[in-house]
Design a protein around this ligand. Sequence first.
Ligand code: GTQ
Ligand code: FE2
Length: 341
Amino acid sequence: MTTETVRLDEFYADLARADLAPLWNITEQLLTPQPRPRAVPWLWPASVMRPLAERAIELVPVERGGERRVLSLVNPGLGGRPYAAGTLWGALQALGPHESAPAHRHTPGAIRFVLDGRGVFTTVDGDACDMRPGDLVLTPGWAWHDHTNTGDGPMFWFDGLDLPMIEALDGVFFEEFPALNQPHQERHNQSEDAYAESGPRTIAGRAERLDPRPSPLLVYRREDADAHLARLAGETGAAQVSIEYTNPRTGASVLPTLACHMHRLSGDGPAARQSGNQIFVVYRGRGHSVIDGRRFDWEPGDMFVVPSWVPVEHHSPDADLFSIDDSPVLRAIGIFRREAL
Ligand code: GTQ
Ligand code: FE2
């Protein structure tokens, strides 16, 4: 070895010992020309998840400590971390007949999209929000929340949280409510009444307004989304129409960290990619999506992930896809990109 090489080797060893790294050797892996998400496109079939969730109801009680009966989507690209994508938590939650999940609060914000069952309400800061299939329920960051099943059957819903994002920011706080459940107002769904006369609950396309506060409306009903989608599809005749659930007071996304959409397909949707991660939940109908050139066939209750900047297109003669994404955060810092392909 030349003296030069020896001196260089010594230098790199000294750098490592001093807890320093030379950028010039890692520039290309850090400043990538475009996002290189570690999460991969992936689909979790309802036919696999649902029987496992039913077994969980039989085998595992919902208790303090564990808090929830939730099966989290584990993206195989993330080295075993329990996240659907780098920034998003996705999960299937199950609540058995006459069970309730304890009240707590945390800085990560959450949304629930109801898949199946009846008789459940989620209490959010004292407001009991009734949940029916196709409804969207918000539990904003630091809001007390617990889930109660008053019915004789199980309920299943999709949970979407910004947990990995808040974890990356080292901003996770969690607190148990002093009692198992929080008291709630006798009259349910008060946020719905309070915002009945304010602005629209869904908009065509994507929100442009930004708001650091979550929507004060906590429940978005299936019927409203359905009517809007039907109207849009009729007006445009497009093979895919999309609406976003919005804050009726400001027109912003429902949470400062998460946007929620519903997409109605009646043919071959357009190909597009966007920065930030997305999770899709099949609400109604059968079809397939092509993600990064790979075909994923889906049916109701299936969940799939489209990582940042990966091209995606959806195909179905008749289907509704619910989705969440982290675009409000990318938009807030001016780095959101979306491109038709
Ligand atoms: O229902 O409160 O999927 O706290 C993950 C964490 C659901 C919930 C999840 C939670 C909840
Ligand atoms: Fe929670």
